[in-house]
Design a protein around this ligand. Structure first.
Ligand code: PLP
Length: 369
């Protein structure tokens, strides 16, 4: 069985790209840009969308739009891709690393509460691997402490919390369309918000300090150029059309795989709370007990299936943060344990047929035993 390749494209992507090619505007002001922003915002149940060249600068712009800078602290999970933390550092604020829950892999709301100080200015939950973080608990902490929530929804295109889509619960949210994401244009990102003033501030930052409807050479704030191109937007319009079926196919396959492996001793897949039941399955995440993770990884990749032995370290053990001069670290025993026992299988391996999924399940079983 060959694992499906990624990205997936076809006639629709080509048709829309041709349209851009024939147009006089290949940049960020082509109508496809606004069209995609509106379509994706509506898909995620949000009022406003603002796209950008990737899902890292979106995080930076969102923090700036929230007025976060030097002397401020922002709470982030100890387990994520580096951008979640570096976005905080790049606006000259201090990332505060907080532990994840042992079974959902998502940030622990109680640990967030314990990490809050007078300097805390925002919370960034990541919907890790697809299932949303506990937004009831996180929003309760946010409301009690008057702290805005920036959702890092880079893994969560179409994910839901109790029927409400990712990105529409926090004050602002960020998605990535990098090559490995469940919708992609190679690179790309978008901010979503229901708050016009926050999205307007982010727009000024991403588009040279300009204000919508005002002159090209009128720059009101210190902005930069993080615009997306028409090419990316064309591809993303087509990718969004594919997403619901792909999300559904992955969900069907993951259900089969997880059910068929429920009797394997020492193998635990990511716990998905009922509220987070609808999600992308961006990563099939799990952990293997008794120090067998590396052998499991070797056996599964040896059998020809893609698998990553989790991150090599928590975010704060990256060389950038290791000496702790530019961050604050709260106790993270769960994150540190997952470094040693967790693994993930990428979403492309979950896009095959039911038979393909049973082959993958058989290989996981053999590797885990
Ligand atoms: C959780 C998370 N946040 C942010 C990013 C950054 O997105 P980009 O690669 O589009 O800059 C990624 C992945 O790439 C990610 O996984």
């Amino acid at each position: 069985m060959a694992t499906p390749s990624w990205p997936v494209s076809g006639a629709r992507e080509r048709e829309l790209l041709e349209e851009v090619l024939k147009s006089a505007n290949w940049g960020g002001y082509h109508p496809f840009v606004a069209q995609f922003e509106q379509q994706f915002a509506a898909f995620q149940q949000c009022r406003f969308g603002l796209s950008a060249c990737n899902g890292t600068v979106t995080l930076e712009a969102a923090l700036e739009a929230l007025g976060i800078g030097e002397g401020d602290e922002v709470i982030v999970p100890a387990i994520s891709f580096i951008s979640t933390a570096t976005a905080v550092s790049r606006v000259r604020a201090t990332p505060v690393f907080v532990d994840i829950e042992h079974d959902t892999f998502n940030i622990d709301a109680d640990r967030i509460r314990q990490a809050i100080t007078k300097k805390t200015r925002a919370i960034i939950p990541v919907h890790f691997g697809g299932p949303m973080a506990n937004m009831d608990a996180i929003m309760a902490v946010s409301t009690a402490n008057g702290l805005p929530v920036l959702e890092d929804a880079a893994h969560a295109h179409g994910s839901e919390w109790n029927g409400v889509r990712a990105g529409s619960i926090g004050v602002i949210s960020s998605f990535s369309f990098q090559n490995g994401k469940v919708m992609t244009a190679g690179e790309g990102g978008i901010l979503l918000s229901n708050d016009q003033s926050v999205i307007d501030r982010a727009h000024e930052i991403l588009d040279q300090g300009r204000r919508k409807g005002e002159g090209w050479f009128f720059h009101y704030t210190l902005g930069t150029n993080f615009r997306i191109t028409a090419w990316q937007s064309a591809v993303l319009i087509a990718q969004l059309e594919r997403l619901p079926e792909q999300n559904a196919r992955r969900a069907r396959n993951v259900k089969l795989i997880r059910e068929s492996l429920s009797d394997v001793p020492g193998l635990h897949f990511q716990r998905v709370p009922e509220a987070a039941r609808v999600h992308t399955n961006y990563l099939l995440l799990g952990r293997i007990e008794n120090g067998r993770r590396d052998a499991f990884h070797k056996a599964l990749t040896g059998a020809g299936f893609p698998c990553t032995p989790f991150y090599p370290h928590t975010l704060y053990e990256n060389p950038l943060y290791r000496d702790r001069t530019n961050c604050r670290v709260t106790p993270c025993p769960q994150a540190e344990a997952r470094i040693k026992d967790a693994f993930w299988i990428p979403h492309r391996a979950l896009l095959g047929s039911e038979d393909d999924s049973m082959h993958l399940a058989a290989a996981i079983r053999a590797a885990a035993l």
